[in-house]
Design a protein. Structure first.
Length: 189
């Protein structure tokens, strides 16, 4: 009879595999905070009629399947969207074609001018994800810039640097994000 081949003890192999797996799980980072940060309003009851919004208080932003942008029916580019949105919301010259305002007293801010403007965003089903995100980013930048401006006036620092939660809430109330996003449809080219 021939000599027996010695066997390798595989019990410790399972232990090593488990330790390696645990090490990689603990040292790798898994980012779960991805996407667009938006707080959605609660669902509207079926018997409730949507509020009437004056046409002047709506800025229409349409993106077609070719990633072309229409801002209030006129061709536009993403790079200009932030400035267009700021001008619409702020309406510094009281233009009757731009959003209306209401005066409201807010704790920590005093009396401030709050826009009644709503940005209506409509995408085509064929709109690229890159274009969709670019449009969202520009609109978010517009609101952030307006909050920064008010925060600098009232507190002397940017909105992102405000640590007092009550001050942050006051600024969010003074410059609310008013974006109405409709379900994608075929807009055409």
């Amino acid at each position: 009879m021939g000599k027996k081949t010695p066997e390798i003890n595989s019990g410790s192999m399972a232990d090593i595999s488990f330790l390696l797996l645990t090490f990689f799980l603990l040292t790798s980072s898994i980012n779960t905070d991805q996407g667009i940060s938006r707080v959605l309003p609660p669902p509207v009851p079926a018997d409730q009629k949507p509020p009437d919004i004056n046409k002047r208080n709506v800025m229409e932003v349409l993106v077609n399947q070719f990633d072309q942008l229409l801002i209030n029916g006129k061709p536009g580019v993403v790079d200009d969207l932030k400035e267009e949105a700021i001008n619409f919301i702020e309406n510094p010259t009281n233009d009757p074609n731009l959003s209306d305002h209401k005066m409201e007293t807010i704790d920590y801010l005093g009396e401030v001018k709050i826009s009644k403007g709503v940005i209506s965003l409509q995408n085509d089903r064929g709109t690229s994800y890159k274009m969709y995100i670019s449009v969202q980013n520009e609109l978010t930048k517009a609101y952030n810039e307006l909050r920064d401006k008010l925060s600098m006036q009232k507190f002397g620092k940017k909105f992102s640097d405000i640590t007092n939660e009550e001050h942050r809430k006051a600024l969010l109330k003074a410059v609310p994000t008013s974006i109405s996003e409709a379900e994608p449809k075929n807009i055409g080219g």
